[in-house]
Design a protein around this ligand. Sequence first.
Ligand code: MD3
Ligand code: FE
Length: 228
Amino acid sequence: MTRADLSAAQGQLFDPAEQAGGAALALEDGAVVLRACAVDEAPALLEAIEQVTQAAPLRQMTTARGWRMSVAMSNCGAAGWLSDHSGYRYDAVDPLTGRAWPAMPEVFASLARRAAAAAGFANFEPDACLINQYAPGARLSLHQDRNEQDFDAPIVSVSLGVPASFLWGGSLRSERPRRVRLDHGDIVVWGGPARLNFHGIDPLRDDHHPLTGNLRLNLTFRRALLRR
Ligand code: MD3
Ligand code: FE
């Protein structure tokens, strides 16, 4: 991803011309899509995912209500996101292995930092990277991300493999979400007012991508713990 690539690809996720009225504009403030910006890095990212998930295997977590999630997950970095019978939280230790989560690969951290900077967030230092793997039919129902201690830091997401239909809601669950396609190599930076919006992923279509087969992988970079 070069500087020129970035400025060419940078744009608002939702074209203001597509908005029905002016009222919703402020909610979309802070959601920036960098289309195809991770395409060149994708093979290296997938290689690093392979390394991380050899040490911390992908697994389907359980919710507090006892449902098994359809998305398989793992983490790298100082803090890893977890769901189990006691709820959602971040922890330094992988409960499956009893060891610390693998370190964040440099190729991850540098891409997340550059993407955040391109979207106007200087000095983003993620301490958590959640790896989500979607097989056909896997989905993420509408939710907010509020387990982090620092809501001022953005979230950077990188989509790899089979395209997904992303659900983008408002600050209330009751607002009907709109759908946005996220393709291989797309990076989205979510910050500011958009940080606490409801969002999700429609069931993955049975599709094929040359680098991932029928899978979609998503990397989500966050600041989970407050900075010293
Ligand atoms: C907007 N992951 O892991 S990434 C998640 O594609 C999650 O796997 C989806 O939602 C995925 O929590 C979506 C894009 C994303 C991530 C976090 C957000 C969008 C967000 C937090 C606030 C607003
Ligand atoms: Fe989320």
